[in-house]
Design a protein around this ligand. Structure first.
Ligand code: COA
Length: 155
C-alpha cells in the first residue's frame, strides 16, 4: 500500500455501487442497496470516502447524520485489503475538518468489534452506555460511544 495515494471526497449517490461493494465486504449484516441509497440522498447525511488514486475504487467510507452541532456516525468501513493504513482515522478527521462546529458525535459499535472500538477510542470517543442485545446476526450488545469537543484527542 505504500505506493497508494488516496483522495478524500464527499460521496454522492453516484458512488452507490462502490459503497455497496465495500459494505458487503465488511459486514455480516450489511445495509441493503436501498438503505444505502436512501441514506446517501438524505439531506442530513454526509458520506465521505477515500478513493484509491491508482484504481479509482472506493477504499473506505464514513457516513454521518448531522443536525446543528451534533452528529451520529452511522457507518464506517474500510475494504479489507486497505485496512491499517489510517483511512478510517483520516475519514473521522475529515468529518471534523469539514464540520468544525461539532460539539458532540455519537455512534454505536458491537461489543466484540475490537478494531472499531480501538479506532474510536484513539479518536477521542468514550463509552457512555450499553444497549443490550441490540444487534442481530449474531445477537450482541451495542456499546454506545460519544465524542465531546473538550475531550477530543490531538492525534
Ligand atoms: C474498524 C475499521 C473501519 C478500521 O478501519 P482502518 O482503516 O483499518 O482503521 P485505521 O487504519 O484508520 O486505524 C486507526 C486506528 O484504529 C485502531 N485499529 C484499527 N484496526 C485495528 C485492529 N484490527 N486491531 C486493533 N486496533 C485497530 C488502531 O489504533 C489504529 O491505529 P494504528 O494503526 O496507528 O495502530 C475496519 O477494521 C473495518 O472496516 N471493519 C469492518 C467494518 C466495521 O466494523 N466498521 C465499524 C462499525 S461500528
Amino acid at each position: 500500500m505504500r505506493d497508494r495515494h488516496f483522495e478524500l471526497i464527499e460521496l454522492s449517490a453516484q458512488w452507490l455501487r462502490e459503497v455497496e461493494r465495500v459494505e458487503q465486504a465488511c459486514f455480516s449484516a450489511p445495509w441493503s442497496r436501498a438503505g444505502l441509497e436512501s441514506d446517501l440522498l438524505n439531506t442530513t447525511s454526509h458520506w465521505y470516502g477515500a478513493v484509491d488514486q491508482k484504481t479509482g475504487r472506493l477504499a473506505a467510507f464514513l457516513g454521518a447524520h448531522i443536525v446543528c452541532d451534533e452528529a451520529e456516525i452511522v457507518n464506517v468501513a474500510t475494504f479489507p485489503d486497505y485496512r491499517r493504513n489510517g483511512l478510517a482515522k483520516a475519514l473521522i478527521r475529515e468529518l471534523f475538518r469539514r464540520h468544525p462546529g461539532l460539539t458532540q458525535v455519537f455512534l454505536e459499535v458491537r461489543d466484540s468489534n475490537a478494531a472499531a472500538r480501538a479506532l474510536y477510542e484513539k479518536m477521542g470517543f468514550s463509552r457512555y452506555a450499553v444497549r443490550r442485545n441490540y444487534y442481530e446476526n449474531p445477537a450482541e450488545d451495542a456499546i454506545l460511544m460519544r465524542y465531546q469537543a473538550d475531550r477530543r484527542a490531538l492525534c
